[in-house]
Design a protein around this ligand. Sequence first.
Ligand code: TYC
Length: 109
Amino acid sequence: MGADGHEDDDGEGQTGVVTKTRPKTKRPSLYRVLLLNDDYTPMEFVILILMEVFNKSQDDATQIMWHVHNQGVGECGVFPYEVAETKVTRVMDAARRNQHPLQCVMEKQ
Ligand code: TYC
């Protein structure tokens, strides 16, 4: 600081464009995994799927199954893209293996 109260020009003062860098921590987009109702898949099978693929308790799985049965669609969970994709594939593979028409889809949240 000079006697006149102004900054001394010591040559270190920066001039030009000030770029404020913001750390880019992009969080992954989330996807809802949904089960769709149908008339043929046994309720027990849906409950087992919810327990095995979505790690639900028997009580939670039963509640979700009834919700889907009554409302036509219901959420099994919300996951990053690749996790959601893997779960949809596991459900669809199990349904196909057991010849049930159960449908599972994912949608961006
Ligand atoms: N609606 C089926 C039945 O009455 C049960 C069911 C529930 C099927 C949920 C699919 O995602 C589903 N057997």
